[in-house]
Ligand binder design. Structure first.
Ligand code: CAA
Length: 283
């Protein structure tokens, strides 16, 4: 499978990070957003992320310009017609993704692989909405996408032979390690990580220990780069809450019930870094 032109639909934190990863690896990227305002925000993400690398002496200005030059930004999904691969990184709403994939299926050439960056929604349901279910997979990146080395490649019972390995090979070209995972809620990483983060919210809610102490305990006692509340703020409390909801729906395991404190913070609009305040940000 030859992937040279890649479309990214949705240029929020994850989509913009994914676009950067592809452009850094020398591929041409078509970044799509719904309107001019969202497109400008996406451009801002790309410029800030590569700009930070320049400030740190990790990237020259020339190379930054080269990377940004490989990304074409557009509000027209029709511009994806010649893409070899399209990755969707839009909000985690199944009916929205299904209708988006129906449209991508109509627009893109028949050989195009359509991938979703969903954290937890069923890839099979998205694939089944298209006329090419064998060429629809999950390609799940981690936040921050330019830094984290893993990609989960999600195959379904109808994925065509060679598609998962083709996407895994592509991940290798991006400098990432791919793991093949089945289409079960949360895949591997979120299935294991999110219940731990959720449980941290339960413990703080019960007054068992404070936020800063729990973060320090897990960082220093386990050698993690971030404590659970810092990580929840990075992931986004809304995303964490949604993933827990999907895990609970599939498993009906009480331990997967979303923490009431998470729900409370999300309802109040405290989503973490993306909104400026979550578990942190009130100091
Ligand atoms: N975009 C691009 N680059 C970034 C970045 C971002 N948002 N944040 C950090 N970086 C880069 C920095 O530029 C720096 O690069 P250099 O070393 O080349 O200069 C490097 O990452 C390290 O950054 P910092 O020195 O600023 O900070 P740090 O050492 O604390 O590392 C971190 C930051 C990489 C985020 C680290 O704390 C970490 O690995 N945290 C855990 C993140 C994690 O677990 N992510 C997975 C979340 S789960 C998920 O995403 C799945 C889902 O579906 C919900």
């Amino acid at each position: 499978m030859a992937f040279e032109r890649v479309g990214v639909v949705g240029l929020g934190t994850m989509g913009a990070g994914i676009a950067e990863v592809f452009a850094r690896a020398g591929l041409r990227v078509i970044g799509v957003e719904a309107d001019a305002e969202a497109l400008a925000r996406g451009r801002g993400h790309l410029e800030r992320s590569t700009g930070r690398a320049v400030d740190r002496g990790r990237l020259t200005r020339e190379r930054q310009a080269e990377i940004l030059g490989r990304v074409t930004l557009t509000t027209s999904r029709e511009d994806l017609r010649d893409a070899d691969l399209v990755i969707e990184a839009s909000p985690e709403i199944l009916r929205y993704k299904v209708s988006l994939f129906e449209e991508l299926d109509r627009i893109c050439k028949p050989e195009t692989v359509l991938a979703t960056n969903t954290s937890s929604l069923p890839v099979t349901a998205i694939a089944a909405a298209t006329g090419r279910p064998g060429r629809v997979v999950g390609m799940h990146f981690f936040n921050p996408a330019p830094v984290m080395k893993l990609v989960e490649v999600v195959g379904t019972v109808v994925t065509a032979p060679g598609v998962v390995s083709g996407i895994a090979e592509l991940a290798g070209r991006l400098g990432k390690t791919a793991v093949a995972v089945g289409d079960r809620a949360g895949f591997v990483v979120n299935r294991l990580l999110l219940p731990y983060l959720n449980h941290a919210a339960v413990l703080v809610d019960q007054g068992m220990a404070g936020r800063d102490d729990i973060d320090a305990a897990m960082k220093l006692g386990v050698g993690l780069p971030m404590g659970p509340f810092t990580l929840l703020d990075l992931i986004g409390l809304d995303t964490a809450y949604e993933v827990m909801g999907v895990l609970f729906d599939e498993t009906r395991d009480r331990r997967h019930a979303p923490a009431p404190l998470l729900r409370e913070l999300v309802t109040a609009g405290l989503l973490g870094r993306k909104s400026g305040r979550g578990f942190y940000g009130d100091e």
